[in-house]
Design a protein around this ligand. Structure first.
Ligand code: SF4
Ligand code: SF4
Length: 357
């Protein structure tokens, strides 16, 4: 037996400071102020008197190696050799010399990328992994983002919105993503369909039963084989049973839809967090351009742009005008399905930060 336990093989995130622009590193935590000379560009000034310009560029998030190399080459040739990805998959180049800003922007635009996404713009839509990395998507989140950003490209480039707009898309109902000023999320509308021939070979039945948030799944014998059954009256069509048991297929070209939620915001120095609320459901999940979902998002943005006061985020604007007026100005129908009458959550869902086992 070895004398010492083996060292962990997982190394975690590398130290970010080694990759930081030297001016950023030197002035870390010691910035005096920053300003916004033009859309897509920030100028930070440190107490030391140092200045640095950041140029923000939109990307499609899932990048092939050729595009990545192209972006890095631009950084080497026209910036100071440093590149930074934001959490919304924008790329940022930093330069310590103002004279480099315009040639850098020209090189970026000549290569077919767009500069923007700062201040009161619609910045890059963030999205979840989709079919590339995950086994449970009900749609291709990156496809929804691509089609939507193609139509919102001018809102990324310019600063025409009352305040910043964060849009997110999420490809299942239960896991990552899906919180923003506007969120486009998958919505399953029917219970899973069970392939009983496969369940006994593929699924660990106790873990599938335990996974259901409303206890709608029970073990069952079907045609002499161990399988499962779903109490469809209880099922809330969340899709949580599909990952541990793929034979419980819930994705469906007709019944897997999109839903749009608005008004989600993280807390900050001035306000508490706000939860998003459902405003449109049952929207066709319609690749490759998702025209129905796009039209709704554009109509919400148009109403927000015309009606909100300067610096109101979407949640502030709705709080001021009220939900009835929101549905009027966006032309969205308000139906009985918008009213949340399900009371089971009080007993079964975690509603506080306490961890329960
Ligand atoms: S949102 Fe759901 S399906 Fe999409 S990547 Fe996250 S866990 Fe997977
Ligand atoms: S879809 Fe959700 S609620 Fe329905 S059976 Fe599966 S885990 Fe339970």
């Amino acid at each position: 037996m070895a004398d010492k336990p083996r060292s962990p093989t997982e190394s975690g995130c590398p130290d970010a400071f080694q990759y930081m622009h030297p001016v950023m590193r030197k002035n870390y935590g010691a910035w005096k102020y920053h300003e916004h000379p033009r859309p897509g560009v920030l100028r930070h000034v440190g107490y030391s008197g140092d200045e640095i310009w950041t140029v923000r560029v939109g990307t499609q998030r899932i990048l092939d190696v050729f595009t990545l190399r192209k972006l890095c080459d631009i950084g080497d040739e026209f910036a100071d050799g440093y590149i930074h990805f934001t959490i919304r998959s924008n790329v940022e180049y930093m330069v310590a010399d103002e004279a480099k800003v315009e040639p850098l922007i020209k090189a970026i635009e000549d290569a077919g990328f767009i500069v923007g996404g700062t201040k009161n713009s619609v910045t890059m839509i963030s999205h979840t992994q989709g079919w590339l990395h995950c086994d449970i998507p009900g749609t291709d989140a990156s496809g929804v983002v691509k089609s939507m950003m193609d139509e919102l490209i001018d809102e990324f480039r310019e600063n025409n919105m009352p305040n910043r707009v964060h849009i997110t898309t999420s490809c299942c109902q239960i896991n990552c993503g899906g919180q923003g000023d506007i969120a486009i999320n998958v919505q399953h509308t029917k219970p899973p369909k069970i392939n009983h021939d496969l369940v006994s070979n593929v699924c660990e039945r106790p873990s599938v039963v335990a996974r259901c948030p409303v206890a709608a799944i029970r073990p069952a014998m079907v045609n002499g084989k161990a399988s499962l059954e779903v109490d469809e009256k209880k099922c809330i069509c969340c899709g949580a049973c599909y990952p541990p048991c793929p034979p419980m297929q819930i994705n469906d070209a007709e019944h897997t839809k999109l839903a749009i939620w608005v008004g989600g915001n993280h807390s900050n120095a001035r306000g508490k967090p706000t939860f998003q609320k459902l405003v449109a459901a049952g929207i066709p999940n319609n690749p490759p351009r998702w025209p129905e979902a796009n039209a709704i998002v554009k109509s919400i943005l148009k109403a927000y742009k015309e009606d909100a006061k300067d610096w109101e985020r979407i949640n502030d604007w709705i709080e001021r005008i009220g939900w009835p007026r929101f549905f009027e100005v966006t032309n969205l129908p308000f139906t009985k399905y918008h009213v949340d009458t399900w009371r089971g959550a009080r007993n079964s869902l975690n509603a506080s930060t306490h961890i329960r086992f």
